[in-house]
Design a protein around this ligand. Structure first.
Ligand SMILES: *[C@@H]1O[C@H](CO)[C@@H](O)[C@H](O)[C@H]1NC(C)=O
Ligand SMILES: *[C@@H]1O[C@H](CO)[C@@H](O)[C@H](O)[C@H]1NC(C)=O
Ligand SMILES: *[C@@H]1O[C@H](CO)[C@@H](O)[C@H](O)[C@H]1NC(C)=O
Ligand SMILES: *[C@@H]1O[C@H](CO)[C@@H](O)[C@H](O)[C@H]1NC(C)=O
Ligand SMILES: *[C@@H]1O[C@H](CO)[C@@H](O)[C@H](O)[C@H]1NC(C)=O
Ligand SMILES: *[C@@H]1O[C@H](CO)[C@@H](O)[C@H](O)[C@H]1NC(C)=O
Ligand SMILES: *[C@@H]1O[C@H](CO)[C@@H](O)[C@H](O)[C@H]1NC(C)=O
Ligand SMILES: *[C@@H]1O[C@H](CO)[C@@H](O)[C@H](O)[C@H]1NC(C)=O
Ligand SMILES: *[C@@H]1O[C@H](CO)[C@@H](O)[C@H](O)[C@H]1NC(C)=O
Ligand SMILES: *[C@@H]1O[C@H](CO)[C@@H](O)[C@H](O)[C@H]1NC(C)=O
Ligand SMILES: *[C@@H]1O[C@H](CO)[C@@H](O)[C@H](O)[C@H]1NC(C)=O
Length: 571
């Protein structure tokens, strides 16, 4: 009885621990679609406060080296992902490749975090450029901690985040995060949005709000303007009012500031020396229960009415106002009470975005796939072979040249003396606009694939100095004869270049039993005949001994083997 109970208890404990194990797994995966990389980290871990799994660089980038911030400043910030970083002393452009589950044509929030922390002991903070796919994103330059963010819609499934050395120190990165956003709230017709500030107005300015309160993991910085008044929320507010289109957390909306009195507008001025195109997102929610029948009503205006809109608030109902693009190096918005509302204007949260352009078009997708297959097949490890092969045009992969139409294409490839081994990969024939192909002085083996003749524009082909065998495809030979193709095949001892190729005798091979369908069939046939014969023999011999039977069998098998050998030889 006691025994049974203890077993039951044990199974319950086991079940419970299993269940909690499962629960943990589920917990860690409850942020589907997130990619979180702690650059330079030795191993992955679950970040405790947010319950987000941070991975190492593995599988996202090959280049660079893991470093740790100086031990003297290690505890300046509490975030684990700021303690390590990955630095890129080699190569001009080093790229992370992100493969979000949801693929292309989704808006992603991508955040790159940098904290120098004197990791190299030089006390000299570098500056470098960031690229998103083939386009310039921003220049990273900072005094301490820096966080660059972008709202980006990718046209292809992979997203590349590249650090570009501009000669102002060694690029590095501390963390890289990607979050998928639902809907088109942050999508532009073309270009991308780059947040300048994202303020939770009324929250104390030394704190911020992010995941899991914000399901998109936007980071809302607390901001209190002392010329404005803090609003007193009159009732407990549901902290999970996430059902607005922009999923702004209730925690962000429940604080707000207002102007001194109804005749004073809320005014804010901002400026930038690098950009003058802006979009402002205003978030409002009435959190004071006003005298019944009363409502706050006010008009928003940006830069001398480049954008205006009038808003009426209802108690606890979130309202999002997205401005049209406005321009100005020095910009101002004002939120002014209309005369019939006796109440001062309020603001719960606000985001300022600059608009970035995406002028560069990536290389044709077929070419990108083909060149990546070639890179993988031959294990090509060149510093410049990262990111897009052709774009930006001053960072084209070493050994390639491209045509810069729409889209850019690879037209020229020189991989001579590059230690390429194995057969000529068929992906080469997918680079359909290729004009010049030099694979000389490698250790390429096998035959020249017929598919190379599919390269219609090919006018130079150098395969000299390899170990190619077989004959040259007729179509290529013909083009060489027509003088539409310069072809060099010298230094391939076993490649037949005569026309027609003499039918060479096959070198005598040591006999190997290869069961081809025909010989297999013959063996079975002979075996069957032998058995029939044996049975017959047995009947004739009557009580003939086991020994003689075995002898017969051996003879038959020997004959069979000899016959098979002879056949193989003749073939
Ligand atoms: C940078 O290049 C040097 C010389 O080729 C090499 O020794 C070093 O390991 C490289 N470092 C990284 C991080 O790739
Ligand atoms: C991309 O998504 C938008 C909606 O988010 C849709 O209107 C558009 O057709 C999509 N484009 C492609 C190429 O799928
Ligand atoms: C933020 O500042 C307030 C006072 O300004 C202080 O009471 C509070 O402890 C600070 N919080 C943190 C996390 O530093
Ligand atoms: C909010 O409440 C505090 C304390 O109750 C008060 O001092 C302050 O004036 C109130 N603020 C507003 C805007 O009513
Ligand atoms: C509103 O506030 C402003 C600035 O504090 C002040 O100059 C003005 O007299 C106030 N108006 C009223 C009606 O209280
Ligand atoms: C913007 O404002 C600053 C001072 O606030 C001023 O120095 C600068 O000239 C202004 N720029 C423009 C374009 O008006
Ligand atoms: C609002 O009232 C002020 C004076 O109180 C007046 O000058 C202004 O013209 C009024 N505005 C509107 C739109 O009625
Ligand atoms: C590449 O081109 C961009 C834009 O034209 C320029 O800003 C950058 O300095 C160039 N980089 C190099 C290494 O030439
Ligand atoms: C292609 O680029 C190489 C450098 O990578 C250069 O030497 C060569 O002249 C270029 N060829 C053409 C046809 O542009
Ligand atoms: C060529 O490749 C072989 C094997 O992949 C490697 O051992 C060798 O070091 C390489 N040589 C050069 C010059 O890269
Ligand atoms: C082919 O390549 C070899 C070695 O790189 C070179 O010596 C030869 O001149 C090239 N042939 C042609 C026709 O360019």
């Amino acid at each position: 009885m006691t025994m049974q109970r203890s077993i039951t208890t044990f199974s319950f404990a086991l079940l419970a621990s299993l269940a909690s194990g499962i629960f943990l797994v589920v917990q860690a995966q409850q942020n589907p679609g997130f990619i979180s990389i702690d650059c330079g980290a030795p191993n992955q871990y679950i970040e405790g406060e947010m319950n987000i799994k941070y991975e190492t660089d593995e599988g996202f980038i090959d280049s660079g080296e893991n470093m740790q911030v100086s031990s003297e400043v290690m505890y300046t910030y509490h975030q684990q992902y700021l303690k390590n970083l990955r630095s890129f002393p080699n190569g001009t452009m080093n790229c992370y490749t992100l493969r979000p589950d949801r693929g292309k044509n989704i808006t992603y929030l991508i955040r790159a975090v940098f904290w120098y922390g004197n990791y190299d002991g030089k006390n000299r903070i570098p500056s470098f450029d960031l690229y998103i796919d083939v386009n310039y994103w921003t220049t990273v330059w900072f005094s301490t901690y820096n966080c660059e963010e972008i709202m980006y819609v990718s046209q292809v499934d992979d997203i590349q985040v590249c650090l570009v050395n501009t000669g102002n120190g060694v690029p590095f990165i501390s963390a890289l995060e990607l979050r998928p956003l639902d809907g088109d709230g942050y999508r532009l017709g073309s270009g991308f949005l780059q947040p300048h500030w994202r303020y939770d107005i009324g929250l104390s300015s030394n704190s911020s709000i992010r995941y899991p309160d914000d399901v998109y993991d936007r980071i809302w910085q607390g901001e209190n303007y002392n010329v404005w008044n803090k609003l007193n929320a009159t009732s407990a507010i549901d902290l999970f009012v996430n059902n607005n289109a922009y999923k702004v957390p209730g925690k962000v909306l429940r604080t707000a500031q207002r102007s001194m009195n109804a005749s004073t507008p809320l005014k804010l001025q901002w400026s930038s020396i690098t950009t003058n195109k802006w979009i402002v997102y205003f978030y409002f929610m009435e959190i004071e229960s006003l005298t019944s029948g009363q409502q706050r009503e006010f008009t928003i205006s940006i830069n001398d009415n480049q954008f205006t809109e009038t808003v009426i608030l209802e108690y606890l109902k979130p309202i999002v106002i997205v401005s049209t693009p406005v321009s100005g190096w020095n910009s101002t918005f004002s939120i002014e009470s209309t005369n019939k509302s006796g109440y001062p204007p309020i603001l719960n949260a606000v985001e300022f975005y600059t608009i970035g352009d995406l002028p560069n078009v990536p290389t044709a997708q077929d070419d990108v796939e083909a060149i990546n297959a070639i890179k993988a097949k031959y294990h090509i490890k060149r510093e410049s072979w990262q990111g897009d092969p052709c774009v930006p045009s001053n960072y084209t992969w070493d050994g390639l040249n491209c045509s810069y139409g729409n889209p850019p294409r690879i037209i020229w490839m020189k991989l001579s003396s590059s230690n390429l081994t194995g057969e000529i990969v068929s992906s080469l024939s997918h680079l359909s606009t290729m004009e010049y192909l030099d694979l000389s002085n490698n250790q390429l083996t096998g035959a020249i694939p017929e598919t190379l003749a599919r390269l219609q524009n090919l006018r130079y082909l150098n395969l000299s100095g390899n170990n190619l065998i077989g004959s040259v495809p007729e179509a290529l030979k013909k083009r060489a004869l027509d003088n539409t193709l310069i072809m060099s095949l010298t230094g391939n001892a076993n490649l037949c270049q005569a026309d027609p190729c003499p039918q060479k005798k096959k070198p005598k091979k040591i006999l190997v039993l290869v069961v081809t369908p025909v010989s297999g069939f013959l063996i079975v046939l002979f075996g069957a005949l032998a058995i029939v014969w044996l049975i017959k023999q047995k009947r004739i011999a009557g009580k003939s001994s086991y020994l003689s039977c075995t002898l017969h069998l051996t003879t038959i098998l020997t004959l069979l083997f000899l016959w098979y050998s002879a056949m193989s030889f003749l073939r």
